[in-house]
Write a protein that binds this ligand. Structure first.
Ligand SMILES: [Zn+2]
Length: 267
């Protein structure tokens, strides 16, 4: 039987193996890695900033045009984007070119419920696409994690009941807080990406299987959980091995591995 896998969270910034590669080669590297792991579709999230190592949403869209296996979600930051970015993103949304928007509180020191994000929230509601929110650890010491704590997502969810929200990274390490926000708010989802740098160790894998099992026991049928890796930061192969250790029936597995993403991003 054919198994479908959608990785809803990958990057093509110049991290890890992609460092110093031209954009075209980064996309090729993504396609090759997807193919060797039987991943059918992936969603590239553009960054909160644009520089040599971080291509713009427009550049990514041109580089992946006509590639049915790769979709794009546009990154937005209060500090680095302006009114013209909002207009540009609205155009992409109108034409179905982007599948959602992503904000990065913690990296830019704003709470996700800051009124300055409201324009982005309104766009997501108008075009019925999800808003992805980075939560949890920021890796860089310049990030401030209080802005990235998943508890802050509750305000956004309650004040914008029509908005669909994806908490990225399960709020790692605040899994408990994340599961309460998911349980409480029907409009909030979470992806399991970015829980490891590179490959899982046996110990860490066991630890996370326990955390996700607790999560599912608390929050119920996983209509809200999305498979994602954060590739190239996390290894696709190691991630697939990790999810194979979760005790899920076929229906639950299908929801997490592709059905929730198909429904939410309209793939
Ligand atoms: Zn990421």
């Amino acid at each position: 039987m054919t198994q479908t896998i959608i990785d809803c969270h990958v990057h093509i910034n110049g991290y890890e193996s992609l460092k110093n590669l031209p954009l075209k080669e980064r996309i090729e590297s993504l396609s090759n890695t997807m193919q060797s792991n039987n991943v059918d579709q992936a969603i590239i999230l553009s960054s909160y900033t644009i520089n040599e190592e971080r291509p713009s949403t427009g550049q990514i869209l041109s580089a992946t045009e006509n590639n049915e296996k790769i979709k794009v979600v546009a990154g937005y930051s209060i500090s680095n984007h302006d009114e013209s970015s909002i207009k540009e993103y609205e155009e992409y949304l109108k034409n179905g070119k982007i599948k959602g928007l992503k904000i990065y509180p913690g990296y830019e020191h704003y709470y996700p419920y800051d009124p300055k994000y409201q324009k982005v929230i309104d766009l997501c509601i108008e075009y019925d696409v999800p808003l992805m929110i980075h939560t949890g650890d920021t890796y860089t010491p310049k990030g401030k994690v209080r802005f990235a704590h998943p508890i802050n997502v509750d305000d956004v969810a309650v004040d914008n009941p029509e908005l669909k929200i994806i908490i990225c990274h399960l709020g790692n390490p605040w899994f408990l807080d994340c599961q309460e926000i998911i349980y409480k708010n029907k409009n909030v989802y979470a992806d399991i990406s970015g829980l490891v740098l590179g490959d899982f160790t046996e110990f860490y894998e066991k630890y996370l299987v326990g955390k996700i099992t607790d999560f599912l026991n608390y929050a119920g049928e996983p209509k809200y959980l999305l498979y994602g890796t954060d590739w190239p930061i996390s290894s696709m192969k190691s991630y697939l091995n990790f999810v194979s250790k979760l005790d899920l029936n076929q229906q639950e597995r299908d929801l997490i591995m592709f059905k929730n993403s198909q429904r939410l991003f309209k793939l």
